[in-house]
Write a protein of this length. Structure first.
Length: 324
């Protein structure tokens, strides 16, 4: 009887130990946050700020690693195939998770909902419509009237890339306003800013943080922002909704783990990220970067992904976008 009880205790201890092994492993080794964009990009800067704060809370080394290419898809593919033990995380914007499934379809080599575990929603950022300083319109209503006066000449808008979130938001706005707008894609943010700053393109659908320097310098004007409320960086600029267009787009940055990561590990990482985001010092840093801190857990992040997946389905389909 004694031997049987001893054997039972050993088996129980073995099972309990195996259940906690992934958690212990995740707590002991370094953590890598994979970013699909180059150093200096907002997602990279955000990852470094949050990673440092998480490191202090977790008592672990947190390393940022950039794996660029295919608009962020390379990083997603890497994390999809990584060990599901909490040592590898993905920092990515909404585009790779809720937009690319529509724009790339079967070409996409991962499933955002099946291959990843949501960890933490870190921040939102604003989209807006900017115009060159040479455009006579100073309000959204004046811009719509100006475009309609000569669509063949005035109906061009740019974005930093074909297939980008600003590209598709431009499609949404054109439909809502009844405009014939033609999209002009540029090769990255720098090229797009140079184009509108120099008057090469009349209008730009853009991340507001990217156009901020040109607006402050008087080389461009921001006519509307796409958030639920006005941008803290541009409190004087009304939202699309305030100006009569029922358009809301709230892009975001978030952390994900490979699917199959134990829930206890996900929760521990999520709490560290949320605590970091909600720290007053970090909130000021993020505000200076032009992003709006949030700090939502795995369940709410998953819900937000689904809402955005549905939100962008129609405008992407109607844009006629075809990946190269």
């Amino acid at each position: 009887m004694l031997k049987r009880n001893t054997l039972t205790r050993r088996i129980t201890l073995l099972i309990v130990s195996s259940l906690f092994l992934p958690l212990c492993w995740a707590q002991s080794g370094p953590i890598k946050i994979i970013v699909g964009y180059p150093p200096g990009a907002t997602s990279d800067a955000l990852a470094r700020v949050v990673g440092e704060a998480m490191s202090a809370r977790l008592k672990q080394v947190v390393v940022i690693e950039n794996k660029t290419g295919a608009g962020g898809q390379i990083a997603n593919q890497f994390v999809k195939a990584a060990p599901a033990d909490g040592t590898i995380l993905l920092m990515t914007p909404v585009a790779t998770m809720s937009i690319f499934p529509h724009s790339y379809g079967e070409r996409l080599k991962y499933d955002p909902f099946r291959d990843f575990a949501p960890v933490a929603h870190l921040s939102n950022f604003q989209l807006g419509l900017g115009v060159a300083s040479t455009v006579p319109a100073r309000t959204l209503a004046e811009y719509v009237t100006w475009v309609k006066s000569d669509p063949g000449k005035n109906g061009f808008y740019g974005s930093a890339a074909a297939g980008s979130l600003p590209h598709f938001f431009g499609v949404m706005f054109a439909q809502s306003a009844g405009l014939e707008l033609q999209h002009v894609p540029y090769r990255g943010t720098a090229a797009a800013m140079q184009a509108i700053g120099g008057g090469e393109i009349a209008a730009l659908s853009t991340v507001t943080a990217d156009i901020q320097a040109l607006v402050r310098a008087g080389r461009a004007r921001l006519l509307a922002v796409a958030g639920e409320k006005r941008s803290p960086q541009f409190p004087e600029v009304p939202t699309f909704r305030e100006q009569g267009y029922d358009l809301v787009a709230t892009p975001w940055y978030a952390l994900f783990a490979p699917a199959g990561t134990p829930p206890a590990v996900v929760q521990r990482l999520a709490q560290a990220a949320i605590d970091a985001i909600k720290a007053p010092a970090l909130q000021q840093q993020l505000a200076d970067m032009g992003v709006e801190p949030t700090g939502y857990g795995p369940r709410k992040l998953g819900d937000i992904m689904k809402v955005d997946y549905e939100r962008w389905r129609q405008p992407i389909r109607e844009s006629g976008f075809q990946p190269e």
